[in-house]
Design a protein around this ligand. Structure first.
Ligand code: PLP
Length: 358
């Protein structure tokens, strides 16, 4: 604390990212990174962008990242998007931050699930946005009908984090259709691992903003690329915030790498199938160890053991060089969130758990 700090800084409780340990040989299953490398075409595109002498880096990148916006539109060819319906940012966390300021800050409070991505409440505090938490039901499922109340906006992650639960597209449409007065933000960070995107609804619902990231399914968490798709008026609001904050959120490597990654649909398909197949195996092994596992449509699973304290399990795993995520939050303090790794990483986890529990 310091008297140099603004009152705002004094009031903040920042988000705590999952640990990025410097130790080698850890089985890292705590931040939902993809265990497989990104598209080789993305790697080649970034190398080409640097060139032999890095001369292109003298120049600022395209402030509008038009090439990347076009690649996003082309990636969803079945929905005939235009680049005016696409916004790009430095990771979807930045896109989310802009969406809170541009579209969710009104007099009425926003609605969000009581168990959700823990960055959302942080953005509310940063931007001075009131919120009302709507409890998930006893099975940790979002009940869309519970959102039928006045609001200044709604945000949910689908699949939800950290539960992994997927709402069917019909429920998303019901939510969006029943709140034409406010913006409904759907954070689809994990949708490629088993869900159906809501992007196809944006032509019919001007209040829908879908936010996505290349961090999870495209294996590019280190590149920091996220985007939003919605009606051009919503996108313009985001552009106005962005251009009042940082005109060049995406650097040249990010634009080149993300564009090539989106073009390589075969690579996406292979890696998402591998993750989904490992997920099924991991769930079966955890059930055999006595865990209760929520059904997951994401690249992580959310599980608890009725006889073992989650905090202690996490600590014991850590002693065996396996790291998973544990949230000390109401309702979920006995759960662990475990990223689906390679089959070898998953086996290291279940072997360690077998020793701890067995
Ligand atoms: C990982 C994650 C993000 C952040 O993704 P970045 O693009 O890496 O900033 C956003 N929302 C949810 C729900 C996530 O789990």
């Amino acid at each position: 604390m310091s008297h140099y700090w603004s009152p705002l800084v004094h009031s903040l409780t920042p988000y705590t990212p999952g640990e990025q340990p410097k130790l080698a040989n850890l089985v890292k299953l705590n931040t939902n990174e993809n265990p497989y490398p990104p598209s080789p075409r993305a790697v080649a595109a970034m190398q080409a962008e640097i060139g032999a002498d890095g001369a292109s880096l003298r120049l600022y990148p395209d402030p509008n990242a038009d090439r990347l916006k076009q690649a996003i539109a082309d990636h969803f060819a079945e929905f005939s998007l235009t680049t005016a319906q696409v916004f790009v940012g430095n990771g979807s966390d930045e896109v989310l931050a802009h969406a809170f300021m541009a579209l969710l800050k009104h007099d009425k409070p926003i609605l969000l699930p009581d168990i959700t991505y823990s960055f959302y409440p942080v953005y509310c505090e940063l931007h001075g946005i009131n919120r009302v938490s709507i409890p998930l039901d006893d099975s940790f499922v979002i009940r869309v009908g519970d959102y039928a109340r006045e609001n200044g906006g709604i945000i949910i992650a689908n699949p939800n984090a950290p539960t992994g639960h997927l709402l069917p597209l019909a429920d998303i449409e019901r939510l969006v259709a029943s709140h034409p007065q406010s913006v409904v933000v759907i954070d689809e960070a994990y949708i490629d691992f088993g869900g159906e995107t809501a992007i196809g609804l944006i032509d019919r619902y001007r209040n829908l903003l879908v936010i996505r990231t290349l961090s999870k399914s495209h294996s590019l968490a280190g590149l920091r690329v996220g985007y939003a798709v919605g009606d051009p008026a919503l996108i313009e609001a985001l552009e106005r915030i962005k251009n009042s904050f940082n005109s060049y959120p995406l650097d040249r490597l990010a634009i080149a790498g993300a564009t090539a990654a989106l073009e390589d649909k075969a690579h996406l398909e292979t890696t998402r199938q591998r993750v989904m197949s490992s997920r099924a195996d991991l769930v079966a092994k955890l059930l055999a160890l006595g865990f209760e596992v929520l059904p997951s449509a994401a690249n992580f699973i959310f599980a608890r053991h009725p006889q073992h304290d989650a905090g202690e399990l996490m600590a014991s795993l850590r002693e065996r060089s396996v790291i998973v995520r544990h949230f000390r939050l109401p309702r979920i303090e006995q759960h662990l969130r475990i990223t689906v790794g390679t089959n070898e990483q998953c086996a290291a986890l279940t072997e360690a758990l077998g020793k701890i529990i067995g």
